[in-house]
Design a protein around this ligand. Structure first.
Ligand code: MG
Length: 392
């Protein structure tokens, strides 16, 4: 069984990234490629179903099957969440609580407990991080994941999304909907498509056909005002929108017009920006039968490849290579090396990991049950000692 481990420091508020030049780039991490060089990305948007209400129903069996409205009572209070039973009566999030009460007089009103929801949200995040380090939370109950390279070795993004939904169900007894697509814009639409408790995949080849009949209101950012402006030029669907020139859209909507032009074609290159910087990345394998040290080379090679692939999602560079071994009697030993120049390729990482194995001195016949290869000591590239351009 293989599993990967990532270690993260506490949350950081700022999400800026530093370029090797030392210039601040506000939104694009160095590991993301743009333009024609960009490989096909695999993005998952995960959205918990009626999150706060579902947590309440999970934790209080008396609430299950009932219309539950998470809100304080009171004239000025608004609905934080409504269970699907309450939604049948027309109750929605952000609606005035007094209106919800009129629509569904039998609803059980539960005051929100954000500390508890945050705890569950963290547990969901931990599940995401088993699959990728590139997780961008939008709120307590939604996140984008870039699984172009995933940590579990699952063959497709769809399988990753299935595994995540299953783990949320099994471990947290909650349901989530997921959308899988080549970018964030489409993944977000897709996660809504089979809600609740659904999965929807938009393959790159299906993007145009999927978008063409959609009403323009499905595009994020298109509200009532934009939609009625578009209706005035006879644009009601994304297909209609696609027929318009960028110049026309720009004259009507400014910069957002150009964004609309791209979205109508399913183009959205915004990267998934993870808010926390990784401290370490590692991959481990437990053997079915314990092995001798000299029998670990092929596994070390495979794990080094896996760790290297995961590290490619990082804007920062890892300085230290770690080899971890667990003996058949569960003793853990680690060997690490911080070379002068950080490992620059999978081959270098592999060579270092194998050389660390030579530093393990135990009796002949010692058997091992687990091996791991890790990278740690991540640094911003511009923290590397480099001659200053402007000395003094
Ligand atoms: Mg939700």
């Amino acid at each position: 069984m293989r599993f990967s481990v990532i270690e993260k420091p506490p949350m950081r508020a700022d999400t800026t990234f530093s370029c090797p030049s030392g210039r601040l780039a506000p939104s694009k991490p160095a590991s993301v490629y743009h333009g024609h060089k960009m490989a096909q990305r695999k993005i998952v948007h995960v959205d918990m179903d009626a999150f706060y209400a579902s947590v309440e129903q999970r934790d209080d069996p008396g609430l299950r099957g009932k219309p539950v409205v998470v809100a304080w009572r009171g004239k000025r209070s608004v609905v934080c969440a409504a269970s699907y039973e309450a939604r049948r009566f027309g109750v929605r999030s952000a609606m005035a609580a007094s209106r919800a009460e009129r629509l569904c007089p039998d609803a059980v009103f539960v005051p929100p407990d954000f500390a508890r929801y945050r705890g569950v949200s963290r547990a969901v995040r931990e599940i995401f991080l088993r699959h990728t380090d590139v997780v961008e939370p939008l709120s307590l109950d939604e996140a984008y994941l870039d699984v172009t390279v995933n940590k579990t070795g699952l063959a497709t993004a769809t399988k990753v999304a299935c595994a995540i939904r299953q783990q949320i169900r099994d471990e947290l007894h909650l349901t989530a909907s997921a959308g899988v697509a080549p970018n964030k814009f489409l993944a977000k639409i897709a996660s809504d498509w089979r809600k609740p408790d659904g999965l929807f995949v938009i393959q790159p080849s299906q993007v145009e056909d999927f978008l063409t009949p959609l009403p323009v209101e499905r595009i994020p950012g298109v509200g009532k005002v934009t939609a009625s402006k578009l209706a005035r030029i006879a644009v009601r669907t994304v297909g209609d929108l696609r027929a318009r020139s960028p110049a026309e859209l720009q004259s009507l909507f400014g910069r957002y017009g150009l964004r609309l032009y791209e979205l109508a074609r399913g183009i959205d290159e915004n990267p998934v920006v993870s808010e926390r910087a990784t401290k370490s990345i590692s991959s481990e394998d437990t053997f079915e039968e314990d092995v001798l040290l000299e029998e670990t080379e092929s596994v070390i090679r495979r794990l080094a490849q896996h760790t290297w692939n995961s590290s490619r999602n990082e804007a920062r560079t890892a300085r230290t290579v770690v080899l971890k071994l667990k003996t058949d009697d569960f003793r853990i030993l680690t060997r690490s090396l911080t070379p002068d120049a950080p490992p620059g390729s999978c081959e270098e990482l592999t060579d270092i990991a194998l050389s660390l194995r030579d530093r393990v001195q135990m009796g002949p016949g010692q058997k091992f049950r687990l091996v791991g290869v890790g990278l740690s000591n991540f640094r911003d590239p511009d923290l590397d000692p480099e001659p200053s351009l402007f000395p003094g």
